[in-house]
Design a protein around this ligand. Sequence first.
Ligand SMILES: [Zn+2]
Length: 428
Amino acid sequence: MMDAPSVPSGTSRVRQEDFIMCQSAQSQRPIHSHSKNAANSAPSPRNHVESGSRRDFLRMLMGTTLAGASVLELGYHRAAWARAAAGLKGAGNLFGLEQAAPGVFFAQAFPQAQVNCNAAIFVRSRDVVVVDAHSKPSAAASLIQQIAREITSKPVRYVINTHFHWDHTQGDHAYRAAFSPIDFVASSATKNLMADLSVQRVKESLDEIPARVEELRRRAENTGDRAEKAFCDDQIAQLEAYKSELSNYTLELPTITFDRSHLLPDPEFDLHLEFHGHAHTAGDVFVFCPRHRVLATGDTSHGWLPNIADGFPRSWPKTIDEVAKADFKFVLGGHGPMRPDRIVMTGQRNYIEELTEKVLAAKQAGQPLQEIQKHLTVASLKSFRADGYGDILAGELAASTPHYGPMPPLQDGVNNNIADVFRNLDQV
Ligand SMILES: [Zn+2]
């Protein structure tokens, strides 16, 4: 059962029936918008509560939730999160909430210039467990507020980082600032990768921003279309807010690690954390809730094209086959919508396998990368045609990628995948 939501002082109290009604109303309409600034214009289940809620957002960030922070930390958070909140234009939600099962929620990230991952939220008898923490502390803080306002007053006790990537871990510090005790749980491999790479990856993401801003600025200057200019201005504002916030990054290394599996027991329902082999990274973790037949997959399975940059293309399908032996119905991926079936999981698995086989054969035959990219087309991929996987993928990418005007063709993403497979074929 979902417990009756209670909220921090200063926000309107929300009745459970309201929440459930809003959830079902929400599920009947698209949660993404192609319009400018989709993150802020997307429908929210709590719009009537949110008017004037920036004050509440800041009060929560600066008040009760930061009780454990040092004076220095407080100063930093006040400045950084106030800037971030100002960028939210009324502190609109960054996530659309959906209920998968009693006590199990899916927070789908709305499109942002700097990608946020989704979160899976498990509300149990004593605590809340959140899977993944987005690209910045202010995004995690926004979800913390949304959980308190719309789901439960119980504290978050564990944050699981499914893997080390920036869009899943850089918000961790907001949970440290908001809750005590708090533990960050990940595979041992993920902890090592975070220790080695996280700070560098933050720096790389910041280094890319000036060129992206410059391109958007040029586009804004050259267009006669006011809506396109507004889109560019909004993207620029988001990128600059990210840069400003992440210029002062606090790495939170996992405090609980494991090699193969770890159990988070609870009288309400247990959560099984499992590592099944290399896939999207060397340390991907699945979170399995047998009681409600839910599987949170991080980026090992989701509704976008897979990201194979740090991936293991030859092992990935086998890793999916291992986890697929479990009895689950709902798949809560790191990006794209929740799935009440295995169509996308199977489609992505088969796509990676097909792409890998074809790239391997072509590379062994001596074909250069550019040649392979020319011949391995979207139309030639059998896995895209099965169960409409290619169409689902194209639709989800268009819905969740901030863009104005036509989307880049799916082939661009496939070409990136081909290049990553080509480079990572020997990774096993
Ligand atoms: Zn991701």
